[in-house]
Design a protein around this ligand. Structure first.
Ligand code: ACO
Length: 329
């Protein structure tokens, strides 16, 4: 896969510091040894130093070039706690509470990024999505002008679809039930992901079970409204909807159902109307069509923090560290 090679090559050039909070987790340690050997990124492992070293030795994973930091004893705790209190002062966070939160690597990692001591984070091999994302939402927050973080997958399918077989699917990981405004934002940030990570010229399809008014339902109205908002916010973007999946990606169907659409039949960014469709949709393509799925790539966050599926492989972690490093540029 050429694109993946390119993403890794670019990551090597960037030489970013990626923090892995699950520092004693076996797949993470094996991935860290590969990342260091292939010089994809600099690695920061969080955890008790002795435990990290003994687990790595047991696995035969050479992580000697990684920085290992114990969130419970690190001397930056006090500074980070002050920053946390400042960020959450409206929520009444006390220093004592902040110091307690910092014992958790899933809070310590994002604070390293916030303080400029790391460039990105990847976690989730043994933690649920919500537990990885909540500290990031609370302390790293969203990019200026963005209110909602969402999760995209880079899907590698048959070359006749998307951009030479590459499509971006979104949101497949975060927002259970986006409203029209949020859906419009998801479309715009997904286009940015397609451009910056995949390097393709985005053609965004806003998916529904209706094409250009073929069905009437409040769920269709939501997508129509999202299209209107997205076009208003980003008039330069090639974006259209509402489109059914076949009208979005198959030329003949697009020509038949939406002949005026600049996107129909050739979309390379698919925006699902809600998380149920997005999460089930990407897994269907991955499992039944045997597509490679890389992600979720979180978009809209002020710094790159990515979440893994708990079923992830060592290779998935290596790939996602490369993606995270690319996002940090
Ligand atoms: N973007 C930006 N900020 C957000 C978002 C978002 N999408 N969602 C919540 N927040 C912020 C809130 O504004 C709030 O900030 P505040 O504390 O400063 O006011 C903070 O995060 C916590 O908000 P809650 O509403 O309490 O959010 P909660 O933690 O309950 O839920 C979560 C957030 C965990 C992401 C939830 O939306 C969720 O569970 N989503 C589904 C995740 C999932 O299970 N995905 C499928 C698996 S992933 C896969 O298969 C690859």
């Amino acid at each position: 896969m050429e694109l993946l090679k390119q993403i890794k090559l670019n990551a090597s050039k960037l030489n970013k510091r990626i923090v892995l909070p699950e520092g004693t987790e076996p797949r993470t340690l094996k991935a860290a040894s590969i990342i260091l050997k292939e010089k994809i990124a600099r690695v920061i492992l969080l955890g008790n130093e002795e435990e990290v070293a003994s687990k790595a030795k047991e696995l035969g994973a050479d992580v000697s070039a990684a920085e290992v930091i114990n969130p419970k004893t690190d001397m930056r705790r006090d500074k980070y706690a002050d920053m946390m209190v400042e960020i959450r002062k409206k929520k009444g966070l006390t220093k004592e509470e902040a110091l307690k939160l910092l014992n958790d690597p899933l809070y310590f990692g994002p604070m390293m990024i916030k303080a400029g001591d790391a460039d990105g984070e990847l976690a989730g091999a043994i933690n649920a999505t919500g537990d990885v994302l909540r500290p990031a939402f609370q302390f790293v927050k969203t990019l200026p002008g963005v209110s909602v973080v969402s999760g995209a997958f880079l899907m590698f399918v048959d070359k006749k679809f998307g951009h030479d077989g590459v499509l971006v699917f979104s949101d497949c990981a975060v927002m259970p039930d986006p409203d029209a405004q949020q859906l419009a934002e998801i479309a715009i940030t997904s286009a940015a992901t397609a451009k910056s990570i995949v390097g393709l010229e985005p053609r965004v399809a806003m998916l529904s079970f209706s094409t250009k008014g073929s069905a009437k339902h409040p769920l269709v109205d939501k997508v129509v409204e999202a299209v209107r908002i997205a076009k208003e916010k980003a008039p330069e973007l090639m974006l259209d909807g509402e489109l059914q999946l076949d009208a979005a990606i198959i030329k003949e169907v697009g020509e038949l159902k939406a002949p005026e659409s600049p996107v129909a039949g050739k979309a390379n960014v698919l925006v699902f109307p809600g998380l149920e469709a997005g999460n089930i949709g990407y897994k269907l393509v991955q499992r039944l069509a045997g597509a490679e799925a890389i992600g979720p790539v979180l978009q809209g966050m002020a710094a790159p923090i990515n979440d893994l599926s708990r079923g992830c492989s060592v290779e998935d972690i290596v790939n996602m560290v490369a993606v995270t490093a690319n996002q940090a540029q």
